[in-house]
Each structure stands twice: as C-alpha cells, then as structure tokens.
Write a protein that binds this ligand. Structure first.
Ligand code: NAP
Length: 246
C-alpha cells in the first residue's frame, strides 16, 4: 500500500473524481478526510472508504467559505495530528457563451474553482511546513491549458489553478512540499450529467482512445503523485485526456 499511514484531505469527495480519489487513497492505506457540499454524499463516501478498512472522517462545507475550511483543517489536525496530502478537487461549471455569461456565473466559478483551491491550500500549508513535508495536488483541466467554447469562467479558473501550482512549487518546494496539478479531459462523472448523450458520443469520437475517461483513471494519477514514487515531480501538470489534445 503506497500511502500507508498518510493523512489526506480530498475536497469535492462526495462523487465523481473526488469520491474515486478518496476511495483509491483509502485502498492505498491512507486516512481520509472528505469534504463536500452535502452531508449525504459525504456520508456515502465515508462509508465506501471505511468498507475497505480505512479511517475516514467527513465535513460538509463549501471550499469558498474560509472559516469553514479553517475549521475542517483544525479538526483534522486535532484528530490525526498532521496533514500529509491535500487533493484540491472540488469544482463546478456554470457554462455560457462569453457574450451571455453573467457576472454571477463568472464569480461563482472563480470563487469555488480558484479561490477554493487557494483557501484549502493556505489552510493546510502551516501544518505541512511545520512537518517539513507535504503534497498538494490541484485539479485543473485540459480547459485550463487550451480554453473551451462556453467556458470563459471555468477556463480562467483552471488556467489560474496551474498558475497557483507553479508558484507554490517555487515557494513551497524548499520547505519540503511538492505541488502538482492534474488536467483531465472528458471524464464520465455527474459533472457531465447535463450533457446530452449525442454530445457525449461526439466528445468520445474526438478522443483518440474513442471513449470518455473514468474517475478511477484520474484517481490513479492523484495516488501516484501523492506517493513517494513521484518524489521528484514538482510543479508539473499531468494531462489525462486519452490523447484528446494531441
Ligand atoms: P462532480 O461530479 O460534479 O463532483 C464534484 C463534487 O464537488 C460534487 O460533489 C460537488 O457538489 C462538490 N462541490 C462543488 N462545489 C463545492 C464547494 N464549493 N465546496 C465543496 N464541494 C463542492 O465533478 P467531477 O467531474 O468529479 O470533477 C471534479 C474536479 O475535476 C472538478 O474540479 C472539475 O472541474 C475537474 N474536471 C472534471 C472533468 C470532467 O470531465 N468530469 C474534466 C476536467 C476537470 P455538488 O454536486 O453538490 O455541486
């Protein structure tokens, strides 16, 4: 088990990539602190992690709420005495063509997908610095590298996440903290549930592997990057898109 005894916080862990990542970390021996907006989905994920033998605790909170985030981090430290890994995965979409995008749509995506990443990372970093080690993994997207039609807000946030990642790599590397980003392509999760089947089929056809990705395929990358096997990977953006962007 590659993450035996490690303490990890996974945000947006109630479903999709976050739930798969929490479960993967649990299977790899980690103690998992899960957070998501709704208590019922948090509870479901806790149950799944406990079923594979992991210690798991949960927090229903909004990553954009700094006070709540600070409370979660304090709770994890109080209970487990350290935080080894943060997976900053929570994210939302509020798509619209640029001319039609409202200020509210723009702000809400920046608030969760960019400020939320800042909030949770800044809250965990003092503990990681005190320990002299830590790993921060940030969820970006291929949209954060190439942009995408209808996603001005999402692209701005996901490009921003890569900027945070590279900056923190420089600032925190000397303190023993590695910081990397993952940039998935189209992954079959509830986030895509509003996309019509015909559009999903067209999206699959654009991928050289001719299919959408599975949440577990992104979780595997987070687990590798969190492990000592990735001990010299820092400031990287790992794309997992089935070759979509080639
Ligand atoms: P998902 O299925 O929608 O799951 C995201 C989870 O995060 C949901 O449970 C959601 O709760 C929760 N969440 C949303 N806002 C939150 C907040 N403010 N605080 C705490 N939790 C919050 O999404 P996913 O597809 O697994 O995506 C996970 C991450 O990967 C996101 O950052 C996304 O941008 C990124 N990503 C996804 C894809 C893809 O194709 N699926 C591709 C590239 C990148 P609610 O359901 O209640 O909103």
């Amino acid at each position: 088990m590659r993450l035996n005894g490690k303490v990890v916080i996974v945000t947006g862990a109630g479903q999709g990539i976050g739930a798969a990542t929490a479960l993967k970390f649990a299977r790899e021996g980690a103690t998992v602190a899960l957070c998501d907006l709704r208590e019922d989905v948090v509870d479901r994920s806790i149950e799944a992690c406990r079923e594979v033998g992991a210690q798991a605790v949960g927090f229903a909170l909004d990553v954009a709420d700094r006070q709540a985030v600070d409370g979660m981090v304090a709770g994890v430290i109080e209970r487990f005495e350290r935080i080894d890994i943060l997976v900053n995965n929570a994210g939302i979409t509020r798509d619209a063509r640029f001319e039609k995008m409202t200020g509210e749509q723009f702000d809400s995506v920046i608030e969760v997908n960019l400020k939320g990443v800042f909030n949770v990372a800044q809250a965990v970093v003092p503990a990681m610095i005190a320990q002299g080690h830590g790993v921060i993994l940030n969820g970006s997207s291929v949209v954060g590298i190439y942009g995408n039609f209808g996603q001005t807000n999402y692209a701005a946030a996901k490009f921003g996440v890569i900027g945070l990642t590279k900056t923190w790599c420089r600032e925190l590397g000397p303190k023993g903290i590695r910081v990397n980003a993952v940039a998935p392509g189209f992954i079959q999760t509830p986030m895509l549930s509003t996309v019509p089947d015909a559009v999903l089929a067209r999206m699959s056809e654009q991928v050289p592997l001719r299919r959408l990705g599975r949440p577990e395929e992104v979780a595997n990358i987070y687990a590798f990057l969190a492990s000592d096997e990735a001990s010299y990977i820092n400031g990287a953006v790992i794309e997992a898109s089935g070759g979509l962007t080639v």
